[in-house]
Design a protein around this ligand. Structure first.
Ligand SMILES: [Zn+2]
Length: 228
């Protein structure tokens, strides 16, 4: 019963809401006032959704009001999001309820799908423990899982390059003490294997390193591949 409201309210609270869809939903919910309490309900229905500051405050208030119903970390995670590895235990809390149900295999070592045992959300995970040190997360449907089981995976983390580009957009590029770090070399090696025509500018862009550094790593990688 609670879930009838909390699913949409969490979408709003975490920022995964479509304005029109949420407003239509909001005005058609019998019992929402009783669920949220009069004060917060009135704030919601009288909110100026074009005012980003007002919406931001209201999102925090809604999250606080419904947090007591939350049984796992999923509701707080956006449809496309990331969790840093080893930061304040956020990753441990999130993965504590997840079970891996499908793994792409060695060829795409970063890619798998897990299911939350509490709320049954399906998460496609791109696990980059080399460069960004983040788990990239995408909420997927049962239909997308069915397709992945048949070999047709969602595209978002399907190439290593694309997942790293997401890292660049969502996260922060690391600073390396050792410019010849093995992790960096393996990353560049995998990028070159996946798309041999990738340029130094593109590698610099997805990894957040200088073009000179990318160029040097490419030469190192190519020569070690030849000699290996
Ligand atoms: Zn969950």
């Amino acid at each position: 019963m609670q879930n009838r409201f909390t699913k949409h309210l969490w979408q709003f609270a975490r920022g995964d809401w479509q304005r029109k869809g949420f407003e239509d939903w909001l005005y058609s919910q019998d019992g929402l006032e009783g669920f949220l309490g009069e004060e917060l309900y009135l704030e919601l229905v009288s909110c100026d959704f074009s005012n980003s500051e007002e919406v931001w405050k209201l999102r925090q208030s809604v999250a606080e009001a419904i947090d007591k119903y939350r049984q796992c970390e999923c509701p707080k995670i956006r449809d496309l999001d990331f969790i840093p590895m080893g930061f304040d235990g956020d990753d441990e809390r999130f993965f504590a309820n997840l079970t891996e149900i499908l793994n792409y295999g060695e060829k795409k070592w970063w890619l798998y799908i897990s299911k939350c045992g509490r709320c049954e959300t399906l998460w496609m995970v791109g696990q980059d423990d080399r460069h960004y040190d983040d788990y990239f997360l995408n909420r997927i449907s049962n239909h997308q899982l069915d397709n992945a089981q048949k070999g047709d995976w969602p595209e978002l983390f399907f190439t290593y390059e694309r997942m790293l580009a997401l890292g660049r957009d969502l996260s922060t590029a690391p600073i390396y003490c050792d410019p010849a770090s093995p992790g960096l070399k393996w990353t560049v090696e995998d990028l070159l294997k996946e798309r041999p025509a990738i340029t130094q500018d593109e590698i610099s862009d997805v990894l957040g390193i200088s073009v000179e550094h990318a160029s040097w790593l490419m030469k190192e990688t190519k020569s070690s591949v030849k000699s290996g």
